[in-house]
Write a protein that binds this ligand. Structure first.
Ligand SMILES: Cc1cc2nc3c(=O)[nH]c(=O)nc-3n(C[C@H](O)[C@H](O)[C@H](O)COP(=O)(O)OP(=O)(O)OC[C@H]3O[C@@H](n4cnc5c(N)ncnc54)[C@H](O)[C@@H]3O)c2cc1C
Length: 370
């Protein structure tokens, strides 16, 4: 288990008695104090982008859970973007491209294994020809093409498919890797549950809210709800190609040591316990696509709650105010089913919003309307 980071050890404060006593008040030449709430893929990547984009700041990541206990750790980690209803396709494509480029560089470096990022090739298959034969992300992934008749022979129930190479980003390795790099660049990491973002005033000058589903409470965003996902983590080292049914409901994603079999999308279901009947269904659907999986062993069930927001990712600055004092909060949450695929692109955008807050901290900005 992770040792709780105490303020007295990390910043030399007297005794731990809440945020108020931890830091001296902002002086004009002091670095800007930035708190990032959340340590899933969104929080850690945001902290990293802020550290690169915002000069002279001190960053603290505060979260009640860290890897391997976040939703991000359950993700299959495939870079295949999901459409968000209110996000224009060019914006979504930019987020995906920035994420792909960032991870591609890692996959091409000596860090690839530690970071859990690697290329993977395979097929996305359809039982009828999709409305969009060539998806908007086709020129971001590598070697995108329609499947040949010979390839389709492997899937007798399917009539059409895409073949391409994309990236797989395995959070149980990627999150600790990010955390290590953050610590190495002086970022403080604190295990703590936040009940209300205003708790962070006046200890911090800017707060970035990357609390995923926690934003239901922290941002009073009642539109946030879980989309439950159950997957199986199995050993089947002979499976080298990914296979994804076009609906996105059945998938086989080989990784560095295991293969992830999925899945489910259960809206509004908060149950984190695996359901044996669902597991049997996943296994039989995946075996129908890849019969050799009958020989898979070490089957482990995992459940995660996707942080879903009907309007899509919220990237927005809000100014909390009490008694004439105010606290800029950059909201960055609501990545639903596709957070791994776009995290670096949205983190860069969040870091730009933080940079605006730092440059013009006293400029009045209208309150957000959720
Ligand atoms: C089964 C499954 C498969 C998936 N597969 C893919 C995939 O292949 N590709 C893809 O792109 N995406 C995939 N996803 C989606 C992806 O996992 C999410 O979009 C992404 O992980 C969201 O990241 P996040 O950091 O916003 O949330 P989280 O990982 O949930 O992180 C939220 C953080 O906030 C902290 N927090 C919350 N409330 C508080 C509080 N009050 N105080 C302090 N800390 C708080 C939490 O402890 C946590 O650290 C999948 C998801 C599931 C469940």
């Amino acid at each position: 288990t992770r040792p709780t980071t105490h303020w007295e050890t990390s910043v030399g404060a007297r005794a731990f008695c809440g945020f108020q006593d931890c830091f001296s008040r902002l002086r004009s030449m002091d670095p800007v104090r930035i708190a990032v709430v959340g340590a899933g893929v969104v929080g850690l990547s945001t902290a990293m982008c802020v550290s690169k984009l915002v000069p002279r700041c001190s960053i603290t990541v505060i979260s009640d859970k860290f890897s391997p206990d976040t939703t991000s750790d359950v993700a299959a980690g495939m870079l295949i973007p999901h459409v968000y209803p209110n996000t224009p396709i060019p914006t979504l494509k930019q987020w995906f491209r920035e994420t792909f480029d960032h991870l591609f560089a890692i996959a091409n470096s000596a860090e690839a294994e530690d970071a859990g990022v690697h290329l993977v090739s395979g097929w996305q298959i359809f039982q009828s020809i999709p409305a969009e034969e060539v998806p908007f992300w086709a020129d971001v992934v590598l070697g995108f093409r329609k499947m040949t008749k010979a390839e389709l022979k492997k899937f007798p129930q399917h009539v059409f498919g895409h073949a391409f190479t994309t990236l797989k980003c395995e959070s149980p390795a990627y999150l600790p890797w990010l955390e290590k790099r953050l610590k190495g660049s002086g970022v403080l990491i604190l295990t703590r549950r936040i009940g209300d973002l205003w708790e962070l005033h006046p200890s911090f000058d800017v707060v970035v809210n990357c609390s995923g589903l926690g934003s239901r409470q922290l941002a009073q965003d009642s539109e946030m709800f879980p989309v439950r996902g159950q997957v199986l983590n199995v050993r089947a080292p002979w499976v080298k190609h990914f296979i994804r049914d076009g609906s996105g409901l059945t998938y086989i994603y080989p990784g560095t040591s295991n293969v992830i079999l999925g899945g489910t999308r259960q809206q509004g279901d908060w149950n984190l316990s695996p359901d044996a009947e669902i597991s049997r269904g996943i296994f039989s659907r995946c075996c129908a696509l890849e019969p050799s999986l009958q020989g898979a062993c070490d089957i482990r069930e995992k459940v995660g709650l996707r942080p879903f927001r009907p309007a899509g990712v919220r990237l927005q600055t809000e100014f909390l105010a009490q008694d004439g004092r105010r606290l800029p909060v950059v909201h960055h949450y609501g990545h639903g089913s596709g957070g791994i695929s776009v995290h670096w692109g949205t983190a860069l955008e969040a870091a730009r919003l933080v940079s605006e807050c730092v440059q013009a901290p006293r400029t009045p900005t209208p309150k957000s309307n959720l």
